[in-house]
Design a protein around this ligand. Sequence first.
Ligand code: HSE
Length: 433
Amino acid sequence: MSHAALRVGICGVGTVGLATLEILRGQSLALTARCGQPLSVTCVGSRREHPDHDYGDARVSRDVMDVARDPEVDVLVELIGGTSVAYDLIKLAIEQGKHVVTANKALIAEHGNELIAMAESAGVQIRFEAAVAGGIPIIKALREAVAANQVSEVAGIINGTGNFILTEMTTKGRAFDDVLSEAQTLGYAEADPTYDIDGTDAAHKLVILASLAFGIPLNIDAPVKHGIQEVTPADLEYAGELGYRVKHLGIARQKDAGIEMRVHPTLIPESKQLANVDGVLNAVMVVGDAVGELVLVGAGAGGAATASSVCADLIDIARNPAGSGPALGVPVAQLTAKPLVPAGDIASEWYVRLTAADQPDVTSKISQILTSCNIGIASLVQKPSSADEGKAPIVLLTQIARESVMTQAIDEICGLVETDPDVAVLRVESFDQ
Ligand code: HSE
């Protein structure tokens, strides 16, 4: 492919699409110098009419499939989201011999094995830096910068909306719904923010990171998933009193028994770097045998930061149309599935909050149950009685225990006549190993 310009077709002109157009227009001279040719938007696909948008000289079509068929397009940028039309669109673009850039983590997590294999057969690139952690170049870091390493762990804060909500609730005592609507206004949240809240968005990103880190096929069903809706203001407060911050983490870890993949709210000691990554920032830690520990921090959501990654992919394609290696580090046919550690076998320290009758023998009954389950207690505190007559919250931290053992202990504790069935159980990660 040799043209006077790399011809770009953009499908989807929401927050990220508009920010991408703005960078391509605003930085056109610098980008031409860096790429050796202009990045020229020749076609825009938008299913809705936006009379106030300025697309310059680009042809505009209401049918995004037109962009995939347009002979004046070398690279299709998919920013429409979802996994149905976007799937058909990317397939068509690849069939038409076009490179693809996408920010669509759900699509890559669910259909990436097939789409990337198709692109490999067709000799075109499919790139998705913007799909994980917004502006942080974590895909490039895993594919290229740490390619010499055996990676044992990738972990971090990989949803900007969730981190923004938890930070505002913790530091300003704001209400969940109030912060969520601000995150939507700021363009951080997904069109349907359910995925930001219930951990699905982070799980999609973790699937992609784990594939790159461990050379395994993308497996959308692999992560154990819990969302920030499981965290109450009381838990944020008690965690703080104990010297912890609550963050929503994605963790993919290579263990002797297999690979652990999980996303969940997590207590982290406030002395640790990840505990202090606040607001819309994301942070991804990579542990490699040669490089040791790397932590990349940056804006995890928002139009400009995400568009920075979209444009980085376009620049890479312009500079090197033949590609800089397989999209997932090795060709899809060489990805090798590894056993997954079942949720019940994943061990960690734990935070537990429950409500029980405000009487002296309750804490000793709870201690006895934990001891009988072989769970060490790091701290157990009965708080002052709540407004609920005769009841008091009990907050405890345990030593390392498998989830199945912890679940058994919690069932027994909740079976006591003195305890309420409502209990909060969150993992604690000290990142000491
Ligand atoms: N809704 C996502 C987030 C956007 O908040 O992280 C970036 O992937």
